[in-house]
Design a protein around this ligand. Structure first.
Ligand code: API
Length: 259
């Protein structure tokens, strides 16, 4: 069967987008997702996203990592908003459902603003912080991300006794100044470094906000290998709310593929 798709990227985190509002592709198998995401034998992507119809929402974002596992994907959600806008589904603000719950989002000045869910829990008991921003993240603070072996370190953490069952995304971050940091990420389910990771960037911003004891509203500018994004949040005594992940999401090409 001929499957129409659109390839999007958000700060270098790239996705195969499929308009599945008809439900025609509900039976896409894990092995087909893996094959389509393969960078040699398929289209090539960090993940694949089905845009589904669902009552009570503008659409549903059904995200698959390139290994076929499911999770919440911040950059994928942002690309979904841009795709939905191009399809004419979305109005100014969209309301969609993802695996971690409901989200609002809008597009302004070619940037997608994605409202992330509140975060109340963060494990700060060790030098590395651990939290969940829709997907689980391990935050390692370092002085130099450029020379950091994020793949070796990421695999070591992700396949450790503590994390090997569920897996975890591993981020190395270096604060540049009061309002900016750089980041590299090893992603669970891609099992490699990605050029940027939206939930990772968000987790890193909240971890830095905690480490720096930020109070109230704040914004970090974030430098990833795939481009710049920003994260806004409000830190209160009970955690973080009003969290926004902001960045680009662009169409790369359209095509059809035989599945
Ligand atoms: N690999 C992640 C999901 C995608 C995260 C990333 N692409 C993002 O933008 O949030 C996981 O399995 O938890």
């Amino acid at each position: 069967m001929n499957l129409p798709f659109e390839k999007y990227q958000g700060a270098g985190n790239d996705f195969i987008m499929i308009d599945n509002r008809s439900g025609e592709w509900n039976k896409l198998s894990v092995s087909t997702v893996q094959k389509l995401c393969d960078r040699r034998f398929g289209i090539g992507a960090d993940g694949l996203i089905l845009i589904n119809s669902i009552p009570g929402f503008d659409f549903e974002v059904d995200y698959y990592n390139s290994d076929g596992s499911k999770s919440f994907c911040g950059n994928g959600a942002r690309c979904s908003v841009a795709f939905a806008h191009a399809l004419g589904i979305a109005k100014d603000t969209v309301f969609f459902l993802a695996i971690d719950g409901a989200h609002n989002a809008f597009i302004k000045d070619n940037q997608v603003f994605l409202h992330m869910n509140d975060v109340a829990d963060m494990d700060t008991s060790a030098k590395d912080f651990v939290l969940n921003t829709g997907s689980p993240h391990f935050i390692h603070f370092t002085e130099n991300v450029a020379d950091f072996d994020i793949v070796a370190y990421g695999k070591q953490i992700r396949y450790s006794e503590r994390y090997k069952q569920e897996g975890i995304n591993v981020n190395a971050i270096h604060q540049l100044d009061e309002q900016s940091f750089e980041i590299r990420t090893y992603e669970r389910g891609v099992e490699d470094e990605t050029l940027s990771c939206g939930t990772g960037i968000t987790a890193a911003a909240l971890a830095l906000g905690e480490k720096n004891n930020i109070k109230g509203a704040f914004e970090y500018q974030v430098i990833s290998r795939g481009g710049s994004l920003s994260v806004r949040f409000v830190r209160t005594d009970s955690g973080f709310n009003n969290i926004w992940l902001i960045g680009p999401a662009e169409l790369v090409f359209k095509g059809t593929v035989d599945v």
